[in-house]
Design a protein around this ligand. Structure first.
Ligand SMILES: Nc1nc2c(ncn2[C@@H]2O[C@H](COP(=O)(O)OP(=O)(O)OP(=O)(O)O)[C@@H](O)[C@H]2O)c(=O)[nH]1
Ligand SMILES: [Mg+2]
Length: 245
């Protein structure tokens, strides 16, 4: 009794801490052996001062692809790295590592900028998406940057903690997009909570947006699939999906 009041001996405490440390090390081992670990083993520690070896380029490209960068972005990043390598004539691995970090940060910023521009163009009240049959848009114009998405539906998946206002916000968003002249479809993919479907249907009636729904306990993925199909067929501008959180 009152064993828990007994102070731990220093050696017991040290053993406990060591066991905990080992547990953390084990949990992180998969990450270490994964992409970050491979990058570190190419560029960091003792390897940092080694010269860049020609095989590293292929290994690096493979790692970027494994890290789900996508073939286009991986290609762009590799192109930037190779160009800088040739122009700046760096020799050592730590230099390539720094160049990789810069190229990745730039790729992120550029992607964000492009998306923001497309969204801005799309939000203009008089915006008319180019027709598939139109001549290709002039390069480097908003229409050109938007054209691959011209007929795409703008999908918003609403997630969040229970009772924080997801469904209510969906109704507000629907109104907002409608006021911009956009057609909106709602999807009742919260098939979990009682009356969630009916709640969205009431909002759909109030704002005048069709609601794609199934039944309580149904498969939310199936609702989303049906809603996407309907939005594509009806050429809706925006699809807003209500979820259980
Ligand atoms: N005061 C205030 N209440 C809000 C606001 N948004 C939602 N509510 C209220 O918060 C409650 C929950 O809102 P819901 O939109 O149903 O929230 P939810 O995240 O969809 O909830 P679940 O579907 O149960 O996860 C409702 O009583 C709403 O009327 C808001 O902006 N202000
Ligand atoms: Mg809800």
């Amino acid at each position: 009794m009152f064993n828990f009041l007994r102070r731990k001996k220093p050696e017991e405490q040290a053993a406990e801490e060591a066991a905990q440390q080992e547990k953390v090390e084990q949990s992180l081992s998969r990450t270490r052996q994964g992409i970050f670990g491979q990058l570190a083993s190419m560029f960091k520690g003792e390897e940092a001062g080694e010269p860049i070896d020609p095989e590293m380029w292929d290994d690096l490209e493979a790692l970027l692809l494994q890290a789900d960068l996508g073939p286009t972005t991986a290609d762009e990043v590799m192109y930037v790295l190779r160009t800088r390598y040739e122009q700046q004539g760096f020799k050592y691995r730590h230099q390539l590592y720094d160049a990789l970090k810069d190229a990745l940060v730039e790729a992120l910023a550029e992607g964000y900028e492009k998306k923001a521009q497309r969204f801005e163009a799309w939000m203009q009240p008089g915006y008319v998406p180019p027709d598939e049959n139109d001549e290709p848009a002039e390069p480097n114009t908003p229409a050109a940057s938007f054209s691959p998405y011209a007929r795409a539906v703008h999908v918003i998946l609403v997630v969040g903690v229970n009772g924080t206002g997801k469904t209510t916000t969906i109704a507000k968003l629907a109104r907002y997009y409608q006021s911009m002249g956009r057609s909106v479809i709602l999807a009742a993919a919260d098939t979990f909570r009682a009356a969630a479907i009916e709640q969205l249907q009431i909002w759909g009636e109030r704002v005048g947006a069709p609601v794609v729904a199934s039944y309580q306990g149904g498969d939310p993925g199936a609702v989303v699939y049906d809603a996407c199909q309907r939005a594509i067929t009806e050429r809706a501008d925006v699809l807003i999906i209500d979820t259980a959180g």
